[in-house]
Design a protein around this ligand. Structure first.
Ligand code: CA
Length: 224
């Protein structure tokens, strides 16, 4: 799970990033509203922790723009102010949860788990495309009775491709969603995993292929 922290108090942002890493999440940081909105729009995050008082765009403006662009990413809003009108404004602009500073670490983690659960509740246990079935919890890819086990990176890549079968997913999106921003991974890593997945598809003799469009991206296609 990848979380974006948008918080201009750098020490708090770092503390939150450490807390999230210790709890098994990947976390990136943005220190103002403009950068936060741009990163959030990449669509690679499973949730946002969004401060209200931010330079450039404030948290409400970030959230409103994000919701207007169609994003349903769960958002946990943070603020030092505790008055009711702010809280109502936060919920009206599409926040899923509102937490007042100062808060306990455990409280923040609990809120985060709640909003993530709400989001993941709608993802089915099994993903299907063409003659393939992907079981994300067991990492099994099955084709007409034959199964292979996917490595964790292969599973992440296949899950993204399965959920977006109608469109090409760019190499950069795959790189960011799977490896994140502060990683030394590059386009070669994406290509390597694409070739691992292709080998597994051919092992399964699946009619689904992983198609590449130069300079556009990748998608799954079912040959009929
Ligand atoms: Ca702030």
């Amino acid at each position: 799970m990848r979380i974006l922290i948008v918080e201009d108090e750098k020490r708090l942002a770092m503390t939150l990033k450490d807390l999230l890493s210790q709890s098994g999440y990947q976390a990136d940081m943005a220190f103002n509203g403009t950068d936060g909105l741009e990163l959030a729009r990449s669509g690679i995050y499973d949730a946002l922790i969004l401060d209200v008082m931010l330079p450039e765009l404030n948290g409400f403006q970030v959230l409103q723009s994000l919701r207007l662009s169609g994003s349903t990413v769960p958002v946990l809003m943070l603020t030092a102010r505790s008055d009711l009108s702010d809280r109502v404004l936060g919920l009206d602009s599409g926040a899923d949860y509102y937490l007042t500073k100062p808060f306990e670490n455990q409280e923040l983690l609990a809120c985060l788990r709640t909003i993530l659960r709400r989001q993941t509740a709608i993802i089915p246990d099994l993903l299907e495309f063409g003659d393939l079935t992907l079981n994300p919890s067991s990492s099994q890819l099955t084709c007409r009775g034959k199964s292979v086990t996917l490595s964790s990176k292969e599973l992440e890549m296949m899950t993204i491709l399965f959920k977006n079968t109608g469109c090409f997913i760019s190499k950069e999106t795959l790189l960011l969603k799977i490896w994140g921003y502060d990683s030394s991974a590059n386009a070669n890593n994406v290509e390597a995993y694409v070739s691992f997945i292709r080998k597994k598809l051919s092992l399964l003799q699946s009619q689904v292929s992983l198609r590449v469009a130069r300079n556009i991206g990748y998608k799954l296609e079912a040959d009929s």
